[in-house]
Design a protein around this ligand. Structure first.
Ligand SMILES: NC(=O)c1ccc[n+]([C@@H]2O[C@H](COP(=O)([O-])OP(=O)(O)OC[C@H]3O[C@@H](n4cnc5c(N)ncnc54)[C@H](OP(=O)(O)O)[C@@H]3O)[C@@H](O)[C@H]2O)c1
Length: 340
């Protein structure tokens, strides 16, 4: 969801802050630290002093302009033709409110919060503003700032797709790419929705996905999920390796295929497959809504959803964080510590 909020360029003051900026598409080194004006909240906005943020698959894709096949031109139109239109990446953060606009009623200075900037980004900085009606909620008390920073990106994506699948209790859900940010959220949420969850990952991540509640695990380095006797009501593909042609033989009648990672061609043919086969094929872009973030925060506060943290880097090491995320081997989320 694109919020009209002040990230780096609007409503600024003479004070400065440190931000990680990306002024061209390229390798991790294009992300550098800069001193830029601190944003000032408008009347309906709050300003958050950032404690922690993440480098997500979304950040690495924007920075490197490595997007799923077919989306090259469309994404340049959306993100910026020659360089990222929004130089401050970062989709999510946690922190404390340090200033509020004159019309703000929901939040007060000092409130610990979680903010999802989504496609508007702007979270790799010491301060970020957002409308109080935007995707910002109070931080779950039982989560650390580092955990809270990683609540939104994978969580809202998993929630968006799983809700579209309308999972009924007892249905069998297979999550392909179960150890990533979206995958670890999918395993936990599908389990919350009453599904029987099979997680597909590599050998080193088996214990992790089991600890998140997976009922069964398929190690893709030794076993092909299409070659067991098991069939599924829902398959979630977060990797781009479990599309329709591969998955159709193990999808039950009335099954749903959720293409979190999908190519332009998959997006185009999805309605045709839905019309002409027994499978509903669901591609698309997840939209981060405030009520979804609130739902995740509530689940987290009840101890029913916990963001998985892999490595933590200080803001000064953000290029190294990009380097690690780009390996596509991270487990859950990579956190950037902005201020302790
Ligand atoms: N449609 C949307 O709105 C939307 C929203 C968010 C993200 N996305 C996309 O969804 C994808 C997943 O995002 P994410 O944040 O979960 O990524 P991620 O955290 O970087 O995913 C990393 C995980 O992917 C697994 N993986 C990598 N290559 C694999 C392979 N060949 N086979 C099986 N598993 C593999 C790895 O597990 P192992 O080490 O065990 O192999 C690793 O744990 C990204 O492409 C992202 O751009 C789409």
């Amino acid at each position: 969801m694109m919020h009209k909020d002040s990230t780096s360029t609007e409503a600024t003051s003479s004070e400065t802050m440190t931000a990680a900026v990306c002024n061209r598409y390229g390798p991790p080194e294009v992300v550098t630290l800069a001193e830029i004006p601190k944003p000032r909240p408008k009347a309906d906005e709050v300003r958050v002093r950032v404690r922690a943020t993440t480098v997500s698959a979304g950040d690495y894709r924007v920075r490197s302009h490595n997007v799923p096949a077919g989306f090259g031109l469309l994404s340049r139109l959306a993100l910026g033709i020659r360089k990222p239109r929004q130089p401050i990446l970062g989709t999510e953060l946690s922190g404390d409110i340090d200033q509020i606009g004159a019309k703000v009623t929901e939040f007060a200075v000092g409130d610990p919060v979680v903010l999802f900037g989504d496609a508007a980004m702007g979270c790799h900085a010491q301060y970020r503003c957002i409308s109080e009606d935007g995707s910002i909620v109070r931080k779950p008390r039982n989560l650390s700032y580092k955990q809270a920073a990683a609540l939104s990106f994978g969580g809202t994506t998993a929630l968006h797709f799983l809700r579209k699948a309308r999972i009924k209790p007892g249905e069998r859900v297979l999550v392909y790419g179960a150890s990533g940010s979206v995958g670890t959220a999918c395993v936990q949420l599908a389990q919350q929705f009453g599904a029987h969850v099979t997680a597909v990952c590599s050998s080193p991540n088996i214990d992790l996905v089991r600890s998140l509640g997976a009922d069964e695990v398929v190690d893709y380095t030794t076993t092909d999920y299409t070659r067991t006797e098991q069939t599924y009501d829902v398959i979630v593909d977060t990797v781009g390796s479990a599309g329709y042609s591969r998955s159709k033989s193990v999808l039950n009648r009335g099954g749903r295929l959720l293409l979190v990672h999908g190519t332009l061609m998959q997006l185009i043919i999805a309605p045709w497959l839905t019309l002409t086969t027994q499978t509903k094929v669901i591609p698309g872009v997840a939209l981060g809504r405030k009520q979804d973030l609130a739902f995740l925060a509530e689940l987290a506060e009840k101890g029913l959803f916990t963001p998985v943290i892999d490595r933590t880097y200080p803001l000064t090491e953000i290029a190294n964080a990009h380097r690690y995320v780009e390996t596509r081997r991270k487990r859950g989320n990579v956190v950037i510590s902005v201020a302790e």
